[in-house]
Write a protein that binds this ligand. Structure first.
Ligand SMILES: [Mn+2]
Length: 322
């Protein structure tokens, strides 16, 4: 009986044309995983296309500068032997649920989200992995495929971003060991770390200033949260990536066992709720609001006004910790 990693290896060995699918609002993990996998498959003689619904943040320009990432327009039905989703916790995260099922002959799902339901023909889901990039690294080992500078940078990007620069409580010794192996192949590790972690925009800084003066806490300060109205986000000119970073400004508060950011995505529009915790399984909490994610890091989209969303989310938390 083959394990999922071997099934993925065999399926990709047999494919000639491969589509690699990133998730919407791409982060460092989906970007690094997709571009590393795409690069390696090309080195192995495959014809590879990488697709993403949304543009990749310019902070990852060192990966995207020479790699084409296409949008779904123009991808025809049945044109790929294999379609591989990377870091997509559910099929909606691909941004094109219909097309992802029909664009190829076989669907492969490589992911590390605890809430992934296994939506593909072959599902390789390992929630013990700190990043999907860890699984791509294991796939390279399965093939005994050599690491290039580019592949190492892409996988290091996955690992570094999904572990908060190897600082999140879920960070494992395996991640650090893999990072060390990747670092050996990277010519300019210092520059890569700067690109990853000294990229704070002026807009994020301004939004963080607003957030830090509006952060609230439960009486014990074990729960901290901030709600970001669309009007504030818009007036400061922040991007999605800027706003997503706000949780990392309140999560490290010493007393905080739970940190929550509620962000209004559009004027009078839905609310993105992000949970982080150092001790509670917040993927379960997010699932109660129709979302999902990891044990210590999850999110959901809530369709209500900001004060109502805040009420519902805090009420739910207060039953457990306050
Ligand atoms: Mn990830």
């Amino acid at each position: 009986m083959s394990n999922p990693r071997q099934l993925v290896r065999d399926a990709l060995d047999q494919a000639i044309t491969v589509l690699v699918v990133m998730h919407v609002h791409p982060d460092g993990d989906t970007t690094g995983s997709a571009l590393a996998l795409g690069h390696v498959l090309r080195e192995r003689g495959k014809t590879v296309t990488v697709v993403c619904t949304d543009p990749v943040d310019e902070r990852y320009h060192y990966l995207t500068a020479n790699e084409a990432i296409v949008t779904w327009d123009g991808l025809r039905e049945g044109s790929f032997d294999a379609v591989v989703t990377v870091d997509c916790g559910d099929i909606r995260r691909t941004g094109n649920e219909e097309r992802v099922k029909t664009v190829g002959r076989q669907l492969i799902n490589i992911d590390h989200h605890a809430s992934n339901p296994g939506f593909a023909d072959i599902n390789w889901i390992d929630h013990a992995a700190n990043a999907t990039g860890v699984l791509i690294y294991q796939l390279l080992q399965e093939w005994q495929h050599p690491l290039s500078d580019f592949t190492a940078q892409a996988l290091y990007t996955s690992l570094s971003t999904d572990t908060g620069s190897f600082m999140y409580p879920s960070t494992t010794s395996e991640s650090l060991a893999i990072a060390s192996i990747l670092a050996r192949e990277i010519n300019q590790l210092g520059r890569l770390n700067l690109a990853l972690w000294a990229h704070r925009t002026w807009a994020e800084t301004a939004l963080a200033g607003w957030a830090l003066t509006h952060v609230q806490a439960s009486p014990s300060r074990r729960v901290v949260w901030v709600s970001l109205p669309y009007q504030i986000i818009d007036s400061l000119g922040t991007t999605d990536a800027d706003a997503d970073a706000i949780i990392d400004w309140i999560r490290p508060i010493k007393t905080a066992e739970v940190a929550v950011v509620l962000r209004q995505l559009e004027p009078d529009g839905p609310i993105k709720v992000s949970w982080r915790s150092s001790r509670f399984d917040v993927s379960q909490w997010a699932q109660q609001f129709g979302g999902g994610g990891h044990v210590y890091s999850s999110a959901a989209i809530v369709h209500s006004a900001l004060p109502e969303a805040e009420d519902a989310v805090l009420k739910h938390i207060a039953e457990i910790v306050w």
